[in-house]
Write a protein that binds this ligand. Structure first.
Ligand SMILES: [Cu+2]
Length: 272
């Protein structure tokens, strides 16, 4: 029984390493390789943090296990106390400080490319493609009419959809992210992108996908009872398909339920 706690604490690092080992093959890891280079750099940062935390986790668990193993033998005499040790205090203050400083400097460039608007690709920041407004519990999307620019104020000919964002492939695109009620978080797991949507703020978010396809949009902030169903779809398609989509959306929105020549048909029947 004395050895129980020792084995208990040693079990968790072993389980954690085993889980990390088998996860990729079972699809419990990232969805796929990020289809743009910034997404891959975000993955590299993730792996760096994972390595650092794994080393610290295993180190502390094994140290704990060693102490418990040694301490489980009852020996006469006074135990060794580290409390108040000046050298130990200095070591475990300076070492984490150096690691944290290294991480904060190392990630600065990638973070700036994601978050700082002056570092966005010019093409993306000049013409935002859509405004995405999070609300309980859906993503409302506003596009400009085909051939027009998205303005900050909604225009009469703007196009609206829900949970269905279309973007052209291979081009940097920027959305204006807003929230209508509480705090949400716009998440594109395949692109490794995540940005909080904050009430009262319009936050520019840019990304690019070099792969066509349909990807998930999820809310990554617990925003209420329906948080789980805040799921949308990002469709990355060829430029011409994207333009055709906007045209079709425009026709759908302008459809008043009558065939295009219905007005003439009514006029003719009156004359008869
Ligand atoms: Cu939400």
């Amino acid at each position: 029984m004395r050895k129980f706690w020792c084995l208990f604490f040693m079990f968790w690092p072993v389980l954690a390493i085993w889980l990390c080992w088998v996860s990729p093959a079972n699809g419990w890891w990232f969805p796929s390789i990020a289809p743009w280079e910034l997404g891959q750099q975000i993955d590299d940062l993730f792996y760096l943090l994972l390595i650092i935390t794994t080393v610290v986790f295993i180190g502390t668990q094994f140290a704990l296990g060693y102490v418990l193993w040694k301490g489980s033998d009852v020996k006469p005499g006074r135990a060794w106390f580290s409390h108040g040790s000046h050298n130990l205090e200095v070591i475990w203050t300076i070492l984490p400080a150096i690691i944290l400083l290294f991480i904060s400097l190392y990630q600065m460039d990638v973070l700036a490319r994601i978050r700082v608007m002056s570092k966005f690709p010019e093409q993306a920041s000049r013409d935002p493609i859509a405004e995405v407004t999070a609300r309980q519990f859906e993503w409302r999307i506003r596009y400009p009419a085909p051939g027009k620019k998205l303005l900050a104020q909604p225009q009469p000919d703007d196009l609206y959809t829900v949970n269905d964002l279309h973007v052209p492939v291979g081009q940097p695109v920027m959305i204006r992210l807003r929230s209508d009620d509480v705090q949400h978080s716009f998440g594109l797991p395949h692109l490794r992108l995540m940005q909080d949507a904050v009430p009262g703020l319009v936050i520019p978010v840019w990304f690019r996908s070099n792969a066509v396809g349909k990807f998930e949009i999820v809310c990554k902030e617990l925003c209420g009872w329906g948080h789980y169903k805040m799921q949308g779809e990002l469709t990355v398609e060829l430029e011409e398909d994207y333009e055709a989509y906007l045209k079709a959306l425009q026709e759908k929105m302008n459809d008043d339920g009558y065939p295009a020549d219905a007005e003439n048909a009514v006029a003719q029947s009156d004359e008869e």
